[in-house]
Design a protein around this ligand. Sequence first.
Ligand SMILES: CC(=O)SCCNC(=O)CCNC(=O)[C@H](O)C(C)(C)COP(=O)(O)OP(=O)(O)OC[C@H]1O[C@@H](n2cnc3c(N)ncnc32)[C@H](O)[C@@H]1OP(=O)(O)O
Ligand SMILES: O=C([O-])CC(=O)C(=O)O
Length: 382
Amino acid sequence: MNAMNETVEIHKGLAGVVADYTAISKVNPDTNSLLYRGYPVQELAAGRSFEEVALLLWTGELPTPAELEEFTRLERSHRALDPKVRAAIDLLPATCHPMDVGRTAVSVLGANDPRAEDSSPEAELTKAKQLFAAFPAVVAYDQRRRRGQEPVPARTDLDYAQNFLWMTFGEEFPEDVVDAFRISMVLYAEHSFNASTFTARVVTSTLSDLHSAVTAAIGALKGPLHGGANEAVMHTFEEIGIHPDEPREQAAARARAWMEDALAQKKKVMGFGHRVYKHGDSRVPTMKAALDRMVDHYGRHDLMGLYDGLEQAMDEAKAIKPNLDYPAGPTYHLMGFDTDMFTPIFIAARITGWTAHIMEQRASNSLIRPLSAYNGPGERHL
Ligand SMILES: CC(=O)SCCNC(=O)CCNC(=O)[C@H](O)C(C)(C)COP(=O)(O)OP(=O)(O)OC[C@H]1O[C@@H](n2cnc3c(N)ncnc32)[C@H](O)[C@@H]1OP(=O)(O)O
Ligand SMILES: O=C([O-])CC(=O)C(=O)O
């Protein structure tokens, strides 16, 4: 049988392909920078709330005090766990991955939204805001039910980051911990045409609805080559062995040995490497600084030993740098999140970027449908 092999240039994984314009963010690997609507992400992480950053991504501008107040009111009034979502989650086994819970929750929210099929710009923005407000309760409820704990009702006197931690743990956290969490949300919010955002745009390009696009994006985020890497980082630390009282240098030495062995076996180590950044992820220094503060806060220098040991050994062997998932994973661990809740936290952050892209795609739509080159059997007949 003759195989057909069309000779065309293939862009495997769409690497290097520019698929469209976007005005939402600019990832620049040459200057190692990331701009949200023109603002450096480090500046936003230093001084802006996650609520302000969400509005910036959706509307293109930072909100006026009045706009922020209006959004704050709406966001705080949509924080409670929807009973229909709770009922759907309760039907899922505690053995399923929390990303499956997040995906199901968004799907249920969409099915119950009376404006699900209304894709006018006003309806889309409202749906984006409501999803932003509703999702933390899903993460909080899921972690608590897996631990056999009762849910903690949302509070309207706390900001987004404070309330997220409150609903998850039923306690108020010190300011530096809340700040590290807020910073992680800002850094995770948006990153141009990454795999999950592109998925959301593909779904939107068929003129499907916002919740369908976000549900699909969650599926793409789950994989360890994308968002799933933040929890995989913690699994690596666990495999190496976490010993809270171990001196930093000793932990570093064990981590180095583990990495040398992993690379000798040609393993991919999650939390390192990036499709676009080849000299380091623009967001890592800010997230690493937040992690350093958490390590001091919780007195867990053993974790920095593991962190440094892996990073140094990877750098020496392959010059591959950490991505945002590398410092984010241990940061969430120190705050007390269960490891498999890390990627659902990423959903909560990226809902902003995804929905901004859904609105942008819809405003200037063209069906996303690339071509393929055929390399199967030549024509044959029964
Ligand atoms: C928020 C985010 O989503 S950030 C990304 C999170 N994902 C991860 O951390 C997963 C681990 N990293 C990876 O798998 C990759 O670096 C990716 C998928 C992120 C980017 O990959 P690509 O741009 O396609 O690069 P590719 O996978 O081809 O790697 C190029 C080379 O570097 C190596 N490499 C890249 N990343 C890693 C890694 N994490 N561990 C070991 N080797 C690696 C590859 O094995 C390959 O080596 P080779 O040329 O000898 O075969
Ligand atoms: O841009 C990417 O390919 C992955 C990433 O870092 C992100 O989505 O934040």
